[in-house]
Design a protein around this ligand. Structure first.
Ligand code: SF4
Length: 961
């Protein structure tokens, strides 16, 4: 008994046991999640207890999908707050500011609660409430008609943050349409492409916690990919003595924590990587055995050096000369970073050995023409060091991710969507999503029914005014449907705005590479799970969500059912209950089947607690399938158990026993069958068949037969492409604008409806080095500047800082939200009210009213003290698709000057006619499939596609150029 208790009881009083939380660092132990007690902070000094049921879900405010625990008040039945879920293996109870701010989104006074239909012209701001039934019937009839009339390519679902693994793709496959579009080519396609050509897998999974050197071309400690789960492991690595090297032209929060912060001239990052690689080669500090076993050097020698015998020694001789020109002096001249600093960094890298963890995401890979070579050259360093699949090294993401199989897997669609996968970009990593307006204006097609989901194309993409022009045109887009929890710049132009749930109001499963392990997370409507735990069944998430907010999965199931009510189109069978023939599949059945049949180890773990797998996931929210995956590529394939095994001359191993191959043997994304229809199962390494990588060769592809064979032989090796903003390409007076960086406390669209986050970050001034400011005639922070691009200009405030390289300016893309005058309020604390005018192809946007305090159901909206919500710079950017990866190259060559007379903060001018010219200039850089395809197909079959069409659809159309 404690002394305090003894003292109280000695007075004859009852000792207060205390709330559940015993000290501030502790997480609620899962055994007490049914009745967790905390004291009211407002009642103090009275001890007023709150009793909570803690229900897990996952955050939906970025792609990390960290675990959250909803604190459901047992008295009111409402969610009081969100904190971290300690049972989640990726985030381990920790969150960034955006996680707890989920409660703001749930209680947001401006959120959309009911289905709305446009009541005036598109964009007029007039809406009427409609029933879900009428919406579903209307959409189902349109889609059914399109399918029956063989207009499959007129149906498209365009996703922003997917937040789930595969549900939407499967819906589209079940309809037989190639209608999946994504945001990835304005986001991460450049970074992915470089990894893809090496590994056949498009993302790295660095084991930061055990690394000796962490090398980041990103801002992972504040906002990078899988930010919080990675940041906490980078922090562990640092605590264990790891050196952190950060390449970022801007002094990010991440850079402030680096041992080496390199601020390169934008676009020179690949030259730095190659100088380090050359240092490893010239000083023989590469892992010779790893290179010999795992690189496709033999294939390279055969193809490019037919005069040489195919021996590793000959390859090493060639390798010694390949990068000799990438001296530290060369990289210094390109990057502006001193050669001796680069040499010191290279020595640190060389000392990492197999504990070299790296990541390149967005940032330089998303900014530059040829940015995909930034990640390809970065992985060259990993591959030289042999730091692939090692403790403290970098894994292919598929080694650290697990996607469970769902109950039904519809077949591949038999059509090809040219509006997303045009012939000009046969090697594009993802859909050419941001070119959609131009393709529609070119007359390449039209859309009958166009859905956007967690996506705000007018605001997020470059050239948003071209988007606005096509979204307003019913001859190009017949019916525009926005699935969204909040109003957005794009939703204003929709025909239907349909309210979807935030993270704690919907179901999703996901698995992301955050450490050397595999886990599955479960996002769920928390009030549904709470009610069910109390014994009240819930059959539809609308029964517990606010207003008539729904979730997409139930919406898609219901819509699909209505498209094919009698099953004659072959769609309904994918939505039928397995146990109740003729009845609709429920989400409980969908996830119950998946967790019972497709997640190894979960059924027995659940059974040990007397729960079904679904009940277990509803209770804990995430399940770790395995940890310590190790070097899966080196795993032996039991070929003796396979039949009809063939080995290609270069050691690729195939089997004819396609149907019987254990899927765990076949690497995720393995290339298609050989010409005889056999399936690739491994690669011969020193006489042993090993699993290998899902590339055509089965090895790491130093030389890409795909790039060489599809018209880009000069880019088949890791190399350096001079950016479109290379100093040699800038005109007199131009500087580079970096527009890609994130702010730690905001995401693109939905976080504007989180009041805490808005208070933390609400503006995006232009970073200008003082030496440049003097040159531009800008006197001080806060002065207005005009930033001119090739299609227009924007007016913003200047921030004079030495945190940016001279000759470069920067502006975050998260700000500048707006609403049209007369339209819905949207996000009162973050959206300025603007007016739009047009003269021929030139648009002008000016601010009519700034954001500020307003009355609502939330008294905090009266306390909004800020009015500067930044500038929407993306409207002034033309489209810059990289001709290989398809990534939009975000960096801009701009001129900066003091604002002109009459300029006001937030003013924007952009010319969509000029935007068309920029589109055509970049399109001319491509090498279309019709002229380069080596086999009469549109695209190499082995490259990833979220929704891969049937083989027949890959064949080039007649006359396809
Ligand atoms: S990093 Fe932050 S925003 Fe992203 S999922 Fe985790 S808590 Fe949410």
């Amino acid at each position: 008994m404690s002394a305090a208790r003894a003292e109280v009881e000695a007075r004859g009083e009852t000792f207060y046991q205390g709330a559940s939380r015993v000290h501030l660092a502790a997480f609620p132990p899962k055994e007490r999640w049914d009745d967790w007690v905390e004291l009211s902070s407002r009642a103090w000094p009275r001890r007023e207890e709150h009793h909570y049921m803690l229900v897990p879900t996952t955050c939906f405010n970025c792609e990390s999908a960290c675990g959250l625990l909803a604190y459901v008040d047992r008295d009111t039945g409402q969610v009081r707050k969100f904190e971290g879920n300690p049972e989640h293996p990726g985030s381990r109870g920790r969150n960034c500011a955006k996680g707890p701010a989920t409660i703001n989104q749930v209680t947001d006074p401006d959120r959309i609660l009911y289905p709305m239909r446009r009541a005036g012209a598109r964009g007029s701001g007039q809406w009427e409430r409609v029933s879900w039934d009428s919406v579903l019937d209307t959409l189902a009839a349109r889609i059914r008609t399109a399918l029956v009339e063989q207009r499959q390519n007129e149906i498209m679902v365009h996703l922003g943050r997917p937040g789930e693994d595969g549900f939407t793709e499967r819906v589209l496959a079940s309809w037989g349409v190639d209608g999946h579009n994504s945001h990835t080519n304005v986001c991460s396609a450049g970074g992915r492409t470089g990894f893809q050509f090496w590994m056949g897998i498009d993302r790295p999974s660095p084991d930061h916690a055990h690394a000796k050197v962490i090398y980041l071309i990103s801002a992972h400690l504040e906002s990078g990919h899988y930010f919080n789960p990675h940041a906490q492991r980078i922090t562990e690595g640092r605590a264990n003595g790891a050196k952190v090297i950060v390449l970022d032209t801007r002094l990010s929060n991440t850079a402030t924590h680096a041992d080496y912060w390199l601020s390169p001239q934008p676009g020179s990052e690949a030259a730095i990587n190659l100088a380090i690689a050359n240092h490893l080669i010239q000083t023989h500090r590469y892992d010779r055995e790893f290179v010999r076993q795992w690189w496709n050097w033999a294939e390279y020698l055969e193809a490019c050096h037919p005069e040489a015998a195919v021996t590793f020694e000959n390859f090493e001789s060639v390798l010694a000369g390949l990068y000799a020109e990438f001296t530290f002096e060369f990289a210094a001249a390109e990057s502006g970073i001193a050669a001796d600093v680069l040499a010191e960094v290279a020595e640190v890298v060389a000392g990492a050995g197999t504990r070299f963890a790296c990541h390149a995401w967005r940032s330089a890979a998303a900014g530059n023409l040829g940015g995909w070579q930034v990640s390809r050259t970065l992985f060259l360093i990993s591959a030289l060091l042999g730091a692939v699949g090692t403790e403290g090294g970098t894994f292919p993401n598929a080694w650290n991710k697990f996607v469970p199989r769902p109950i039904y897997v519809p077949s591949h669609p038999g059509v090809w969507q040219d509006l997303s996968w045009p012939l000009e970009y046969p090697l594009a990593q993802n859909e050419l999503s941001f070119l959609l307006p131009h393709f529609l204006l070119d007359g390449r097609g039209r859309l009958d029914t166009y859905f956007i989901r967690v996506y705000n194309p007018v605001w997020t993409n470059p050239d948003g005014l071209s988007w606005m022009e096509v979204l307003r045109d019913p001859s190009l887009i017949g019916c525009f449907v926005a699935l969204t929890p909040t109003w957005s710049e794009s939703a204003f132009f929709a025909d239907y705005v349909l309210p979807m749930g935030h993270g704690p109001e919907r179901h999703d499963t996901h698995s992301y590479e955050q450490y050397d392990g595999q886990w599955v997370g479960f996002r769920q409507p928390v009030l549904r799970a709470a009610r069910e735990r109390l014994g009240t069944p819930v059959t539809d998430s609308r029964q517990v969500n606010p207003g008539e907010v729904w979730e997409e999965n139930e919406f898609w199931i219901e819509l699909s059912w209505r498209i094919d009510p009698d099953g004659s189109l072959g769609i309904r069978r994918y939505y039928e209950s397995p146990d109740r023939p003729g009845s609709k599949l429920s989400v409980d059945e969908y996830y119950g089947w998946m967790f019972s049949h497709s997640v190894p180890g979960l059924p027995s773990r659940a059974a040990a607690e007397g729960l079904t797998p679904l009940e277990w996931m509803r209770r804990y929210g995430a399940f770790e399938i395995s940890s310590g995956q190790g070097a899966l590529h080196a795993g032996e394939v039991p070929v003796a158990e396979l039949s009809d095994v063939r080995v290609s001359p270069l050691g690729r191993v195939y089997t004819g026993a396609a149907a019987t191959v254990d899927p765990n043997i076949v690497p995720m994304g393995a290339p298609g069958p050989d010409p005889d229809g056999r399936r690739a199962v491994g690669v011969l390494v020193d006489g042993v068949v090993r699993r290998g990588f899902p590339t055509p060769s089965g090895r790491l592809e130093f030389w890409s037969s795909t790039l060489a064979g599809w018209g880009w032989p000069e880019q088949a090796l890791p190399g350096y492409i001079r950016s479109h903003v290379h100093p040699s390409r800038l005109e007199e007076g131009q500087v580079v604008l970096l527009s890609t960086f994130r702010l730690p406390t905001q995401i693109h669209t939905r976080s504007a409806n989180a009041k805490w986050l808005d208070e933390l970050a609400h503006t995006n001034p232009v970073w200008i080095h003082p030496s440049d400011a003097a040159r531009f005639g800008v006197r001080q922070t806060g002065d207005l500047v005009r930033v001119s691009t090739d299609i227009g200009y924007f007016v913003a405030k200047a921030w004079l800082t030495e945190g940016i390289r001279p000759g470069v300016v920067a502006c975050s893309h998260h700000m500048g939200r707006w609403r049209l005058d007369g339209g819905p309020r949207g996000a009162g604390g973050m959206m300025a009210t603007v007016g739009l005018s047009r003269e021929a192809s030139e648009w002008a946007m000016s601010r009519l009213a700034s954001a500020g305090a307003y009355s609502s159901s939330d008294p905090d909206t009266q306390r909004i003290w800020w009015s500067d919500t930044g500038v929407h710079q993306n409207l002034t950017f033309g489209v810059h698709p990289d001709p290989i990866s398809g990534m939009h190259c975000w960096h801009q060559a701009v001129r900066v000057s003091p604002a002109a007379a009459g300029d006001q903060h937030g003013d924007i001018v952009a010319d969509t006619g000029k935007a068309r010219e920029v589109y055509r200039e970049w399109l001319a850089l491509t090498r279309p499939a019709g002229s380069v395809s080596p086999d009469g197909t549109r695209r190499p079959r082995w490259l990833m596609r979220p929704l891969k069409p049937s083989e027949a659809a890959f064949v080039l159309p007649e006359g396809g150029e």
